[in-house]
Ligand binder design. Sequence first.
Ligand SMILES: [Zn+2]
Length: 495
Amino acid sequence: MRIAVASILQESNTFSPVMTRLEDFSPVTGEAARARHQGKLTEFGGFLNILDAAGVEAVPVCALWAITANRLVAADFARLEEMFAWALHDAGEVDGLLLAMHGAQTAEGADDVEGHILEMARTMLGPKKPIVLTLDLHANLTRAMAEHATAIVGYHTYPHVDMFETGQKAARLMLRALRGESRPAMFLRKLPLIVNAENSQSSSGPFGRLMRAAEALEAAGEAEAVSLFPVQPWMDIAEMGSAVVVVTNGDRKAAERVATDLASDWWRTREEFRVTLVAPEAAIRLAMAIDGGPVVLAESSDSTGSGSPGDSTGVLKHLVTAPLAGDAAIFLVDPGAVAKAYECGVGGTVEMSVGGCFDTLNSQPVAVRAYVRLLSDGRWTARARGYNTGIETHMGRAAVLEVGRVKILVAERSSMTVDPELFRSHGIDPVHCKIVVVKSPNGFRAAYEPIAREIFLVDTPGVSTANLGTLPWRRIARPIVPLDPETPDPRWYKA
Ligand SMILES: [Zn+2]
């Protein structure tokens, strides 16, 4: 048996001021894709792990991952499709395809990149060969995905720490299907519901309860895979909404029943997903009143993992004027500030403005007098379990600026901020800080909850705000909760 393995992952935010280019994916094809993921805790790494152990030949197709931003520009989407088609062609005759995608990727002229890629793969492989697709928990499930994939398997964790296990699960299902032990039958149930990322952790709360129910169904053998998708909230596209996907062994009616039961349970508890936000000034005051640290301020409205540019000064402007009893650390994307720091050199002090350079609608630059502590090539390797564990991130050139007790790690390009290693790799240990600002709604909890004295979700404006009603929606199908609180019960709903 020969099985093609591929990954193409990006989450879109159609409100982001930054478009995506193909180069943002650090694309590789063929053996270079295997080299990137062999032994790594990614979906692709999980595919390889199971296929290698079973003595089945894994044929690497391509590996692409990009940080969240707005749509992939049209010309580059054409290049992406062409790259994928050639790489899959070069894989030769295969028995199936294991594909890792995000599920919320868009391009100019395409609301459903996954659907397009899957359709292309289906055309090339023919109607019979299994295509098993893994998706991020924040995928926006579409009819095209359900039509062209044989089976869909989503992450079960948020913060996401089970990419490897999800890849393993998909690869096991693929082998079972090819050996005739399973005939995957899938059902997709969409909900007219967007869920705040700040309150959809899988370990506790309302979403944790739903996830335990999904896992119990899998453990009882009721289904091959039960996946819940509280969609990435910041996409203004027509086919938008949360979803439940159930894969059974040959029984589509059972898949429909399980999906409907879970979706009904979710719909009934939709009010429990509301979040409470704190004003940044108040959060800083509260942090100062707490003994020790670090106190984590989650500025989710500027979450780099949710498509914000990472340039917000919503918290920063208060930090640089607050009387701080300890160090504060914050990450910021600002190529101009990095250039100034490089001109000045290590050990120098320079007047400059920082932040507010991409999303000029939601925040303004802040004038500071900064001491240049450190300059770097902006390369660091994620260590915490989660995104790209063990894989190097390139965020362009970077610098650490000190403004009083505020340490600003400023980079030319965006980066995930959920791993404390981002700061540690630049000489800032979050454990010894009084305040750490992360640009993430929830993903940060995996690595920060164990070390945080307290966590506050702060309320600043931005394109990944939890206040979804403040965003300029146009294309989304209405009514939908929470934009339309009076949305009627879906017709499939079982009270
Ligand atoms: Zn996600």
